[in-house]
Design a binder for this molecule. Structure first.
Ligand SMILES: Nc1ncnc2c1ncn2[C@@H]1O[C@H](COP(=O)(O)OP(=O)(O)OP(=O)(O)O)[C@@H](O)[C@H]1O
Length: 317
């Protein structure tokens, strides 16, 4: 759906993005990760022509974006800015309605869409006519997300969308966002320097350093098959937690013991659950065991079987 071919961006003598290429599939969550200044935002902004590449081409649905009108292109792609970028003199409803207004939707359709998104993003109706400075940082971020989703674009670009928030609010807004049906169906390119966030949101992570892509892959590939010591070291500090977040029960299947005891009385969790979530589930529900199903086979999961399977998985990856 999105293809970047050998794109480079130079600002005077400085090369911010250095001959990178990637492909993003429809419906994929693609996360640009890396330390400050490595070229993530510049890469993102080239996808909607807020920045023009010095060399290389970008194709969306096989069309070279250089040949499209930049305004039209931008309207067809949702964009969440760093620090929300809300218009201070527009109300919440007016901010959310910016793109539908440009598309000249009728007033009733816009009102219904704004109300729907405010409901989905847990923004109370009383803020409909409020101005951004009357809202908390978390609420402003929610308005920024609603604005980017308003016209239901198939592609959403997100630049540190939860960046300016305290850790608790950040987790809350992010969790609400992940649970939206829109999150599941859109093609999303998201910039972050937060490793945990990348692992929660990404189907694939593109790890950058000094304008170059060092490795692109699933979270598990980056952790278990790093291409070099930079990738390995990048995740070392939080390695165990990240490993738990990147490995699902399904990935452990062959290492989970076959259990022929009666699993029918156990609560069932999805085989797409990752180890981190499964441990949290066992902890918070005070259950010793749960069951999980994959292709008509059922296995019992408890702390010991989970750890055993995880250690086996690591041995073979
Ligand atoms: N408009 C500009 N003019 C000159 N240099 C720029 C401009 N925009 C970005 N740069 C430089 O390009 C490099 C990459 O910047 P970019 O914002 O893409 O990095 P980033 O990885 O998104 O960093 P951060 O996480 O801090 O936003 C940096 O060295 C930055 O100073």
């Amino acid at each position: 759906m999105i293809e970047a071919k050998n794109i480079t961006k130079k600002f005077r003598q400085q090369t911010a993005v250095d001959n990178i290429s990637f492909n993003i599939e429809e419906g994929e969550n693609f996360v640009l990760l890396g330390t400050s200044g490595c070229g993530k935002t510049t890469t993102l902004k080239m996808l909607n022509r807020l920045i023009e590449p010095t060399a290389g081409s970008i194709y969306i649905n096989q069309k070279n974006i250089e040949e499209q009108n930049a305004e039209t292109l931008r309207r067809s792609i949702g964009y969440v800015l760093q620090n929300t970028g809300l218009f201070p003199h527009y109300t919440v409803a007016e901010n959310i309605a910016v793109v539908p207004n440009l598309f000249k939707w009728n007033k009733e359709k816009i009102r219904l869409r704004v109300e729907e998104l405010m409901r989905k993003l847990h923004l109370s109706k009383e803020y409909y006519n409020a101005y951004p400075n009357e809202l908390s940082g978390g609420q402003q971020q929610r308005v920024g997300l609603a604005r980017a989703l308003a016209a239901d674009a198939a592609i959403l670009l997100m630049d540190e969308p939860f960046g300016a928030l305290d850790p608790i609010t950040r987790t809350k807004v992010r969790t609400d966002f992940i649970n939206l049906e829109e999150f599941k169906k859109k093609t999303i390119v998201l910039v972050t320097h937060d490793v945990q966030e990348a692992f929660e949101l990404a189907d694939r992570i593109c790890l950058m350093d000094k304008g170059k892509i060092i490795q692109t892959g699933t979270p598990a590939e980056l952790l278990f098959k790093p291409v070099d010591s930079f990738v390995k070291t990048f995740f070392d500090e939080q390695r165990l937690q990240l490993e738990y977040k990147s490995v699902t029960l399904q990935m452990l299947w062959q290492f989970l013991k076959d259990d022929h005891s009666n699993t029918s009385s156990l609560k069932e969790i999805s085989s797409q659950t990752n180890i981190w979530q499964a441990l949290e589930y066992l902890n918070t529900n005070n259950d010793d065991s749960v069951s999980t199903k994959n292709n008509n086979t059922v296995k019992e999961i408890n702390y010991a079987s989970l750890m055993h399977a995880f250690n086996q998985y690591k041995k073979y990856n």
